[in-house]
Design a protein around this ligand. Structure first.
Ligand code: PMP
Ligand code: GLN
Length: 384
């Protein structure tokens, strides 16, 4: 294994999911729903397979899907992307991210990540030979995670090429405020940086909070690659239909990398996702409401079990401080939790270069049936 990949031999999700399987624990670790997406979408995929949509789709993705993505971004956010050359369909947001790095980052270029960061970001930077600089989302006095804007300014230098911005944010559940997005946009404009935004949880915000894409801010459309995916919006994480939208020149660069990574992917799922983007947004709204209720159910249960629960404004996740229960280290607790009480969760520190601020935090996924959440809470109450 190359030295650039040696730090990344196993993923925390695989490790904890395997531990959950071995111990029969309730798995609130890896974020995937345990119920299916909209029936109309599932049926479209089956129909597509029956209709022979089983060979390579076009390199940029099925035109029908690119048109649906363009309409969705236009209707929801007022952003125009030409389906012909400003949208590329990828194998999940994961491929979109890695292809973006390989396409745009020269060896030695620096990429700013906000930490805790999603686990594939540092690996994508490393694959491109880039160097990551991290900026913390820090727990503020408000009890909310806040972007350290002075640290962002300090992290940018002459070799900085890009900033990766994930909102709604995994693992903290933070939705960046207009002020935070404005500060990121200002830094990008001042230093002529590319913004790569991970918006896979764009539909999953709570308590009436909107999702505002960074590309809608002044001067950002021309320098932003906006990534999303059908996995979270339509509860189909295994389909791996993602996309990247942005200016034609940047999208062409990403396409150059993507075509030699996977070439294309998921032919029969593409028309099904096109259908979902056009006709299943009411279903998504219901999903959002259901998830908000599940967040409340789990947050309430965790706090009764003795955790200090942090606010979750979106995503599938809620984080909790384990210190009130007498534990200091979230990673150690997550390795013991399946055997001790039969629940699996993810330590937040594994998503950080400087883990001290988050050592005591554990992430729980609430994208599960209510019965599963009740069961988990009952088991966790045994920790006290
Ligand atoms: N980004 C974030 C923040 C995620 O939580 C995930 C996990 N689903 C992904 C990207 C990966 O998305 P996909 O499955 O579409 O590759
Ligand atoms: N995005 C999912 C999570 O954060 C996991 C995806 C994966 O297993 N790589 O839980």
């Amino acid at each position: 294994l190359t030295s650039r990949l040696q730090p990344f031999t196993s993923t925390i999700f695989a490790e904890i999911t395997e531990l959950a399987r071995r111990t029969g624990a309730v798995n609130l670790g890896q974020g995937f729903p345990d119920t299916d997406g909209p029936a109309g979408m599932l049926q479209r995929a089956q129909q597509a397979i029956g209709d022979g949509v089983n060979q390579y789709p076009p390199g940029a993705g099925e035109p029908e899907l690119r048109a649906a993505i363009s309409e969705h971004r236009g209707d929801r956010y007022g952003i125009e992307h030409a389906p012909e050359d400003e949208i590329l369909v990828t194998v999940g947001a994961t491929e979109a991210l890695t292809a973006s790095m390989l396409a745009l980052v020269e060896p030695g270029d620096e990429v700013v990540l906000i930490e805790p960061y999603y686990d594939s970001y540092p690996v994508a930077v490393a694959m491109a030979g880039g160097v990551r600089r991290t900026v913390p989302l820090r727990l503020g006095d408000s009890g909310r995670f806040e972007l350290d804007v002075p640290a962002l300014r300090a992290a940018v230098g002459p070799r900085t090429r890009a900033v990766v911005v994930n909102t709604p944010h995994n693992p903290t559940g933070t939705v960046l405020t207009d002020g935070e997005l404005g500060a990121i946009a200002e830094v990008c404009r001042e230093h002529d940086l590319i913004a790569i935004t991970d918006e896979v949880y764009e539909h999953l915000t709570f308590d009436g909070r909107p999702h505002n894409p960074l590309a809608t801010l002044p001067g950002m459309a021309e320098r932003t690659l906006s990534l999303s995916s059908s996995g979270k919006s339509f509860s189909a994480t295994g389909w791996k239909i993602g996309w990247v939208c942005g200016p034609a020149e940047l999208v062409a660069a990403v396409r150059a990398a993507k075509q030699f990574m996977s070439f294309v992917g998921g032919a029969p799922f593409q028309p099904a996702v096109a259908h979902a983007l056009r006709a299943e947004l009411d279903w998504v709204e219901q999903l959002r409401k259901n998830l908000q209720g599940k967040r409340d159910l789990l947050a309430e249960g965790l706090s009764q079990a003795g955790f200090r629960v942090l606010p979750s404004e979106g995503t599938y996740f809620v984080c909790a401080d384990v210190r009130p229960l007498g534990f200091q280290d979230g990673a150690q607790l997550c390795r013991e939790l399946p055997e001790r009480v039969g629940v699996a969760a993810i330590p937040v520190q594994v998503f950080c270069d400087t883990p001290d601020d988050t050592r005591h935090l554990v992430r729980f996924a609430f994208c599960k049936r209510d019965q599963v959440l009740h069961d988990a809470v009952e088991r966790l109450s045994g920790l006290q």
